[in-house]
Structure formats: structure tokens, C-alpha cells
Design a protein around this ligand. Structure first.
Ligand code: PMP
Length: 395
């Protein structure tokens, strides 16, 4: 059997229609298949390859770390330099109260840890989240997510979750004195890149303070520079009590984090002593790669440029068939008339060597989330390919 056959026969699948490309090598903005065909990566593995594939800074950090040690001990027992230095580098990007970083392996695990932390700290049972939010695929994170179709087949899911409408202040009353936390994406990703006003987040912060509950921002997708600031919430006048990160943080390696004040985080560790345990959390090789990514991003001007690059996409993607281009920085959704049109377009773009994608909870929009290293000339090339492909599939 060839690899494509093994993929169908022996690899657990997440959908009936996987893209199924077999890539041999990836570098920078491009992936290459075994025939040498190149694909411009306009989605960066869903926001993961934040500084491009196999960035030299990430590769050398990985090599240096593999020369020292791989796994030593379960997370949190030993002092591991990549973990503590990453924690410090993350805290340096954040307001003073977000000064304690718990490292895990993924976005879903960051959500799970944050929900447990909020329940433990407040002693309350209730979690509030937004319709069409996505916070991960493990049971607790799935329960917090706001799309019923993903959840129904797996009920009962454990946490007590109440949903509100993203961006609508009328629903803030749902947050009450039984609420441990509200979990929300500063920019909704899988809902198809939805933005709410800064006033909404101010009102949300005020309501959480009044009710004594914690505010969790899920920046797994919108964080680490994608929106034009290191954290998307820097553009809001409302900071969280707990912040989640993953995806782009590792520069291509698996890692996640939930971040709070030391005081809040402490509630995980006292009586009973084992509040949250992970064998591989903050794996030293991933932590070294993440540290290199964070350092590279903060030392370059890529984050400042992300906003202008996003605006360039918006100014070029003008066509009768495009209903709207929404988003911030390099986190964009291009809306079309129908799912069928979009599906044909995405397939056609793959044939042309451009990789785009759709969203979990938005049928008619194309995802654009390239590495932050994409250059203006490459954006122009991508946009003309998209416009040309629209004409080709329309005719
Ligand atoms: N939160 C958000 C906002 C996400 O976009 C995702 C992944 N799409 C997750 C959490 C879950 O991350 P992971 O797939 O790494 O578990």
C-alpha cells in the first residue's frame, strides 16, 4: 500500500473529506509534494506556522535542545530551562497581573486547565461561553464550545455551561453569582472570524467584576501576533484573569499554556495537592521552539506589519462574488455566496498551488491566515490567484 492508501486504511480520520495532500517538505511560506509541486500556505496549518515552516530560529532551538535532553520528568517537577525562560518571555508581553504560566500540550488542554482553575478558585460550578465559539475537542473544552452539532453525539458532557451571543450586551445578565468564569475569544476564529466592539468587552469585564467571576480569553487562534498586536486583547480596554495560548506559540511544535496571576494559579496546587497534572506539558523541545518563536516575533517588526498586510488582502480581494472580507491583521475570512461555490474554489486553488480552507462553524467563508512572514509581493500573488480562480470556477 502507498501512503495515501495507508492514510485511508489505518489512520483515524477527523472528517469524511480530508484534503489528503501528501507533502514531502515545507519551508517558509511553501509546502512541496513529492512531485515537487509547490503550495503557497495561506492558512499556516490553522495558525500554527506563525513564522513560516521550519524557521531557522526554531530549527536551531530544537537542535540545541535535542543535544541536551528530551523528556526528563512530568511537568512541574524539575527546573527545565526552556520552560522557565518561555514563561518569563510570555509574562514580559503581558500586564503585570498575568505573571504565572502553566504549560500544556495543546489548545484544548489549555481550555481544560483554565476551566478547572476557574472552578477551583471561585468554588462555583457555572461556565458561560459564546454561541459558535470553539475552545477544543476534549470533553470539557467541547462542552464550553458553542456549536451544538459538534457536541450532541457526545453527550453527556460534564461542565455546566450557559451560552451567550458573542458581542451582544443584552446577554451579559446570564453571568451571575454562580458563574466561575466566562470563556471568550477576543476574535472568534471558527465562527468565521467575528469581531466584537471594545465597548462590549468593557461591559463584559465590568459584569464579571460585579459578579466576582473570572474572565478567560481564549487566544489560541488570535494570539501570538496574528491580529497585529502580540495579544488581540491589547486592542481592548479589558484584560482577562486567565489567558489561553497554543497553536502559533510553538512555531510548528505542539505546546499550549494557560496564564493567570500567581494567586489564582496557586489555587490549583493547594489541598488537594495535585490539581492539574501533565506528563508532557511544556515538553522541553516544544518550549525551546516556542521561546525562539516568541523572541523572533518580539524582536522583529512582523507583528506591527500584520495589520497592514491584512489591509492589503482586503484592498485586493474585490470581486462581485466576494460578499465581504472581514478580520484583523492576518486573521481573515473571505465570504462568498454558498458553501458549494466555496468548496469548488478551495479545491481549484489547491490545483493551482494555493492552500486555503474553510471554518468549522461558517459554511460560506474562506480562511486566510498565512504565516506572519508572508511578504507584500506574495500577498499580491495570492490575491490575483484567488481572483483568477473565482473567474475560472464561475465560468
Ligand atoms: N481554542 C481556539 C480558539 C481554537 O481555534 C482551537 C483550535 N482550532 C482550540 C482552542 C483547540 O486547540 P487544539 O486543537 O490545539 O486542541
Amino acid at each position: 500500500m502507498n501512503n495515501r492508501q495507508l492514510f485511508s486504511q489505518h489512520l483515524g480520520q477527523t472528517s469524511e473529506f480530508p484534503l489528503g495532500l501528501e507533502i514531502e517538505k515545507a519551508k517558509g511560506l511553501y509546502m512541496y509534494d513529492k512531485n515537487g509541486k509547490s503550495y503557497m500556505d495561506l492558512i499556516s496549518g490553522i495558525g500554527v506556522s506563525s513564522i513560516g515552516h521550519r524557521h531557522p530560529a526554531v530549527l536551531s532551538a530544537i537542535r540545541e535542545q535535542t543535544d541536551k535532553y528530551l523528556h526528563l520528568m512530568v511537568y512541574g517537577e524539575f527546573v527545565e530551562a526552556p520552560q522557565v525562560q518561555l514563561a518569563k518571555a510570555l509574562c514580559d508581553t503581558l500586564p503585570d497581573h498575568l505573571n504565572n504560566v502553566f504549560l500544556v500540550n495543546s489548545g484544548s488542554e489549555a481550555t481544560e486547565g483554565a476551566l478547572k482553575l476557574a472552578k477551583r478558585y471561585t468554588g462555583r460550578p457555572k461556565i458561560v461561553s459564546c454561541i459558535n465559539a470553539y475552545h477544543g475537542s476534549t470533553s470539557g473544552a467541547l462542552a464550553a464550545g458553542g456549536n451544538e452539532s459538534l457536541k450532541t453525539p457526545f453527550r453527556p458532557l460534564t461542565p455546566e455551561v450557559y451560552h451567550i451571543v458573542f458581542g451582544d450586551e443584552a446577554y451579559l445578565e446570564t453571568i451571575d453569582e454562580r458563574t466561575a468564569a466566562v470563556i471568550i475569544e477576543p476574535i472568534q476564529g471558527e465562527a468565521g472570524v467575528r469581531i466584537a466592539s471594545p465597548d462590549y468587552f468593557k461591559a463584559l469585564r465590568k459584569r464579571c467584576d460585579e459578579m466576582g467571576c473570572l474572565l478567560i480569553y481564549d487566544e489560541v487562534q488570535c494570539g501570538v501576533g496574528r491580529s497585529g498586536t502580540f495579544w488581540a486583547f491589547e486592542q481592548l480596554d479589558a484584560a482577562p484573569d486567565i489567558l489561553l495560548s497554543a497553536k502559533g506559540l510553538g512555531g510548528g511544535m505542539p505546546i499550549g499554556a494557560f496564564i493567570s496571576s500567581k494567586d489564582i494559579m496557586h489555587s490549583l496546587t493547594h489541598d488537594p495537592i495535585l490539581g492539574h497534572i501533565s506528563t508532557f506539558g511544556g515538553h522541553p523541545v516544544s518550549a525551546a521552539a516556542a521561546l525562539a518563536t516568541v523572541n523572533f516575533l518580539t524582536e522583529s517588526n512582523l507583528i506591527e506589519q500584520a495589520y497592514a498586510k491584512g489591509e492589503l488582502f482586503k484592498s485586493l480581494l474585490i470581486h462581485d462574488k466576494i460578499k465581504e472580507v472581514r478580520g484583523k491583521g492576518l486573521m481573515l475570512a473571505v465570504a462568498f455566496e454558498s458553501f458549494d461555490f466555496l468548496k469548488t474554489l478551495i479545491d481549484h486553488l489547491i490545483e493551482k498551488g494555493f492552500l486555503t480552507d474553510w471554518f468549522l462553524f461558517c459554511d460560506d467563508a474562506m480562511r486566510i491566515a498565512p504565516p506572519l512572514t508572508i511578504e507584500k509581493g506574495e500577498i499580491k500573488m495570492a490575491c490575483s490567484a484567488i481572483l483568477q480562480a473565482i473567474d475560472e470556477v464561475s465560468s
